[in-house]
Design a protein around this ligand. Structure first.
Ligand SMILES: Cc1ncc(COP(=O)(O)O)c(C=O)c1O
Length: 426
């Protein structure tokens, strides 16, 4: 049942921006404001309403002849985000005075508060970096570690949460241990056990991707963080593949550190990242990049770890609009839709192209928004090229063909993808 609810003034303003008075070069949907309220306001069950998602798709500039299946790498941003960024970029081109720029600290503060609300933590625990890599490096290089300490990593971690630790270990002499999980996990316990077995009294940190960018496996973050806390071990969760794709609640997950990028699933402005440090864990983390604005007395994550020198404040200004976009649709609706898209894609491939096998588990509780398939005979790089050049489908040739559909994709897009795979991949 669709219900029309009274929205706070901020969100009404945001919805108005979705439809009218846009600075966007491309055309936005010409829906009346009332119609937009009905179609875009969150309501339970939106994930199953195809018409709703067709309206959402119109908020993105991706042309009709292209299908972006590359959210694991980079996402387009909705028009309201781009409008804000473009307005601020142009503003800066015209006027770089301190007076004009005095609006940015307030925008940054509001974005941080909004991000904190979205992730269910406090504003003091959130900072805006440039990307996940930078956030990961802040954590890796900020902890005090001794030669006898051990760090436990998932062997599917991204280099920014793996090579980083190895480089530091070379310099300071601690031990890095890597944990593998079964290639075809059958249960959540299959994913927990290898970590449980590998933790020792020397383990100081366990660091892992929430969802793997290579296999699409989703680790049970809450259980692993609880396991770490039980053993007095810090937990570092790389959320590059989860922010904006899952119904995220960091308080519930209980990690000490969480990192992500705005330009992936979060559909935010380019070159913005997120760093969360649990209040109690700030005492364990030294700042390792310091520039103007940093003070010894800094108490918030943004002030203590994210004073990185001159930033592109124009793109950062789009962070607030991004959170509002997610809140307008509803965080759970977005997560349900991502799950529904992936389940549909997997089912269709399974039934229509049985020669293809899955690297990613089929079960939604063991996977996220990333679906990776293995090809029986052809090279992924060749197939990815044909998918893009012949069919306008942007997928990634990483360990097979990696597809990561998001809310700007429709079921009919996925039907086209399955037909293209049938012709080009086997
Ligand atoms: C799990 C994971 N961590 C970190 C990154 C790095 O993200 P960025 O390049 O935005 O820093 C990626 C990129 O794909 C990733 O998948």
């Amino acid at each position: 049942m669709k219900t029309k609810t009274a929205l706070p003034a901020e969100r009404r303003d945001f919805l108005r921006k979705l439809g009218v008075g846009s600075l966007a070069a491309w055309s936005l949907p010409s829906l009346a404001f009332e119609t937009q309220l009905q179609t875009i306001a969150p309501y339970p069950g939106a994930a199953a309403d195809e018409k709703y998602w067709q309206q959402i798709k119109k908020q993105f500039a991706v042309p009709e002849n292209l299908i972006m299946l590359n959210a694991a790498n980079l996402c387009p941003a909705p028009a309201a985000v781009n409008d804000e960024v473009r307005k601020m970029m142009l503003g800066l081109e015209k006027d770089v005075s301190f007076d004009f720029r005095s609006q940015f600290p307030d925008k940054r503060k509001k974005a941080i508060e909004a991000l904190a609300g979205y992730m269910n933590v406090s504003g003091a625990e959130i900072g805006i970096t440039r990307n996940t890599s930078e956030s990961n490096n802040i954590v890796v290089n900020g902890l005090d570690l001794k030669p006898e300490d051990e760090i436990l990593l998932w062997d599917q971690n991204h280099p920014s949460n793996s090579t980083t630790w190895e480089q530091r270990a070379k310099r300071y002499g601690f031990t890095v241990k890597k944990v593998g999980v079964p290639a075809a996990p059958q249960s959540v316990e299959d994913l927990i056990k290898p970590f449980r077995d590998a933790i020792t009294s020397k383990t100081k940190v366990i660091a892992f991707s929430h969802i793997s960018n290579t296999s699409g496996i989703a680790l049970p973050a809450k259980q692993l963080c609880a396991l770490a806390a039980e053993k007095n071990v810090l937990s570092h969760l790389d959320g590059a593949q989860s922010l904006g794709a899952v119904d995220l609640d960091l308080k519930d997950i209980g990690c000490d550190f969480y990192t992500s990028s705005a330009h992936k699933w979060f559909m935010g402005p380019l070159e913005n990242g997120v760093l969360y440090v649990k209040k109690e864990s700030m005492a364990n983390l030294w700042p390792n990049i310091i520039s103007a604005g940093w003070k010894e007395s800094s108490q918030t994550v943004d002030e203590k770890y994210c004073m990185l020198g001159q930033r592109n404040e124009a793109t950062m200004a789009g962070m607030l609009e991004t959170v509002q976009f997610h809140q307008t649709i509803g965080k759970k609706n977005v997560a349900d839709r991502v799950s529904q898209l992936n389940s549909y894609l997997k089912e269709q491939i399974k039934s229509k192209i049985p020669q293809i096998t899955f690297v990613t588990p089929i079960a939604p509780e063991l996977s996220g928004g990333v679906t990776v398939i293995s090809l029986p005979a052809k090279k992924p790089a060749d197939v990815a090229k044909v998918l893009y050049q012949t069919y306008g489908i942007a997928a990634a040739p990483t360990g097979g063909i990696r597809m990561s559909p998001h809310i700007y994709n429709t079921m009919s897009d996925l039907d086209k993808v399955v037909n293209a795979l049938k012709e080009a991949a086997v």
